[in-house]
Structure formats: structure tokens, C-alpha cells
Design a protein around this ligand. Sequence first.
Ligand SMILES: Cc1cc2nc3c(=O)[nH]c(=O)nc-3n(C[C@H](O)[C@H](O)[C@H](O)COP(=O)(O)OP(=O)(O)OC[C@H]3O[C@@H](n4cnc5c(N)ncnc54)[C@H](O)[C@@H]3O)c2cc1C
Length: 436
Amino acid sequence: MKNNIDKKSRVSGDVYDAVIVGGGASGLAAAIELGIEAPEFRVAILEKNDELGCKIRATGSGRCNIANVDAEGYKDIMSFFGKIGLVTRAYDNGLVYPYSESAADVTALLDRKAIELGIEIITGAEVRSVQKREDIFEIEYIYGAGKTTHNGNVCSSNVILATGGKAGPTFGTTGDGYKISRELGHTIVTAVPVLTSVECREWQSTGTLDARTLGGTRMRGRISLYKDITGLFEEDTKIFEEMGEIQFTKYGLSGICVFNMTRFMRYNKSAGETLEQFRIKIDLFSDGHIEDHLSERRKSELSGEKISDVLCTVLKENIAEYVIKYAEEQIAGSIFTSGRPVSTLTDEEIASISDAVHQLTFCPIGIRGWKDAQATAGGVSVEEVDLSTFESRLCTGLYITGELLDRDYPCGGYNLSNAWLTGILSARDISKNASL
Ligand SMILES: Cc1cc2nc3c(=O)[nH]c(=O)nc-3n(C[C@H](O)[C@H](O)[C@H](O)COP(=O)(O)OP(=O)(O)OC[C@H]3O[C@@H](n4cnc5c(N)ncnc54)[C@H](O)[C@@H]3O)c2cc1C
């Protein structure tokens, strides 16, 4: 996409009714809503990338899980997309996608609508500061590359800060909005990466139980997270549970349910807290009881079958092998591996295998960082904005939207919903004030 603003006007100090900082999901929704509701307004988007909506293109693995039927403001979001002509499809699980299942199509549509509505788009412009002088905001930015960087500035009665958080920095989201908001008086709740994978100690093993053998396998299971400083990790310390596809990677655990779990793995490093207070337990056979399965086999005419073969009727082969080694470690002197038949299993050994299948435990040692994360937890304190308009309570005319706010959600279209909705509501408020 080309700038629809003459490069010379970048330094003009032009005056706008609204300037949107950040042309991502929230900024584009705000711009379009403003273009529709207040066509007489002069509106600009300042975007630091050379194109708008870079991150949107990568969402939903290129399919763009645009919303969720259970997301806050779902009706408003759908009415917005209806107005601009996007056809969507909601699946039984509540996930909503563009009918074309193409994130690139969504970005292209938003881009085109913004231009059609006369929004002035200034790309390659990195906003460095926003200051309020009396009733007007002065927005300073740089453009150009390397030694040929230039300064530009514009003025505006309203500013929508929609710079996103820090997740996926390659898309331009490097936390710039935190500094800008702080300078305008806002409090920033420490930002941490969420919706990302988890590294576990079991992958660093030097013993016989080496979780690297699980790498590359996916399996449906129930994942639970326990938080307990006493180290007991009993049932009452469970803080998260979700059923889903677990991906065993070359460093630990991944998959949607693991991503969602990371939202609950917040800890205070500066207060000396570590990930040691968490344990992850996976139930690999949540639809049944492996104890019953093995006990029945032990009595049946199939009792001559190898333990590993019986486990392979429920688990993938490498997972079954890992489970056997894990169970072995629980009971001193037990060896399951040398082709032992099920008939020889003691009750204690069956209980140990059951523990391994239903409560396979992992110790998290790291949460993958910003490059891998799909969202940011933390950001501008929500107590400092009006949650019906997203206007700052500290600075009239300043709106803070999208992932820049301390609002994060699980996978499933909720984070984009938050971006669209906060953008739309801020634009409505600005246009409402205009028509007074
Ligand atoms: C790989 C990936 C896949 C995802 N998939 C989904 C999904 O399918 N469904 C879902 O609901 N959520 C998904 N998300 C999360 C979702 O994309 C974000 O929550 C959402 O895009 C946030 O919208 P935003 O407008 O607040 O920020 P962004 O969309 O990140 O946009 C912020 C924009 O501001 C610009 N900017 C930053 N600083 C400046 C500055 N100083 N000056 C000018 N411009 C600036 C950035 O370049 C960027 O274009 C995904 C995230 C990632 C990383």
C-alpha cells in the first residue's frame, strides 16, 4: 500500500480532528468507523510499518480468527464488518472467520475502506511522542531510514493510541505505546508475553527419562496448571484446566490449550518468585481409566500382551514409551520395558502407570518470549480509561485501545474482538462529540 499523503505534507504540522497512532486492527477499525460516522472529520493514521495491518495478515495462521460469538461486543463487531461488506462464518465452537478464510483479504478490505472514506494514511511514520498543549495534541514522528531520518509532526483535537503491545515485534509492536502513555500520565501494568509455548525441565534431562523423545508429537489431552509455593501441587491448588491438542515440541509444550494456560503463569520476578511454584499435569486418557483398562487386560485372554502394546491402544508409541519410563521412575526396582506381559503387573505398578497416564507432570522453566507470543498481558491500566468509550480518564481527547490496554484474552478470536471493539467505541465517542 502506498501513502495516500504527499510526502511533503509530512512535515506540515497539519491539524486533524483525530489522529490514530498505529494502523493495526484497532486503529483501522477506529479510522473506518470515524470515516463512516463523521465524514466531515479530517482523520489520519500514522503507522510505522510501510503497510497497514501487518499483524492482521498473520492472524489465525493466515485465516484470521476475526471474532468469537461469545466475545464482548460481538454484535457491534459484526455490525461494523457488515457495514464494510465483509462476509463471515461462525463455526459451532464459536470461532468466527471471514468467509474466504483469508487474513490478507480482511487487511485489503480494511485498507481499501479507509482510503475510500478519505482517511489520510501516513505509513513509515514512527510516532515518538504525543503531548497535549491546551486543547490540542502535538504528535511527533520520524520517517525515513538510517541517516536519512526526518522529523514530522501533526496536531489533532483527538488522539487514538492503538500501537498494540509487545507480542510479535516483527509486526511493528515493540511497546512504543507504553512510553507515550506514561508521558501522558498513565500507569503501565508490567507487560508479559502470553499465548505462547512453555519450556520444561524434562526436556533438559540427562537421565533415561528424556522428554525430547516426545518432540514433534501431538495428542489430545486435558492440561492442568497448579500453583503452590509449598511444592505439594494438590487438587485445590489447580488454577487452570483445559481440554485440547497438546503439541510436544523440541523444548517443551505448545498448542492452543498451552497458549491459554500461559495467561495464568504470571509471577513476580522482582519479588523473588520463579516458575518453580507451577506444575503442569496432563491427562492423556481423560475419557477413560487406564487402571481399569490394564486390570481388565491382566485378567483377560489378552494378558500375554506386552505392556507397551496395550498402552499403544490408547497412546502414541513414543508417548507410551515415555509414560512407561516415567512410571518406572516412580517405583524403585520396577522394570516395564523388557517386553513384560500385562499379566505380570502388580497393583502398585498399574497405579504407577495410571499416575503417569492421567497426571503426567512437567516443571515449567521458561515461557517463550515476545517473538513467539500472540498477545500481551499487562499494558495501560484499565482503571485509567472509561471502559464504554476508551477515553483516558486522565487526559480528555486521548483514547487508548486494543492490545495496548491491560486486557488479554484466550485464543479463539477474543483478542482481535477486543481490538476491533475498542477501536469502534472510541471512534463513536469522538464522532458523537463532534456532532454536538
Ligand atoms: C501470529 C499471531 C496470530 C494471531 N492470531 C489471532 C487470531 O487469529 N485471532 C485473534 O483474536 N487474535 C490473534 N492474534 C492477536 C491479535 O492479532 C492482536 O491482539 C491484535 O492485532 C491487537 O490489535 P491492535 O490494533 O491493538 O495492535 P496491532 O494489530 O498489533 O497493531 C498495532 C500497530 O501499531 C503500529 N505501531 C506501533 N508502534 C507505533 C508507533 N510508535 N508509531 C506508529 N505506529 C506504531 C504497529 O506497527 C502496528 O501496525 C494473533 C497475534 C499474533 C502475533
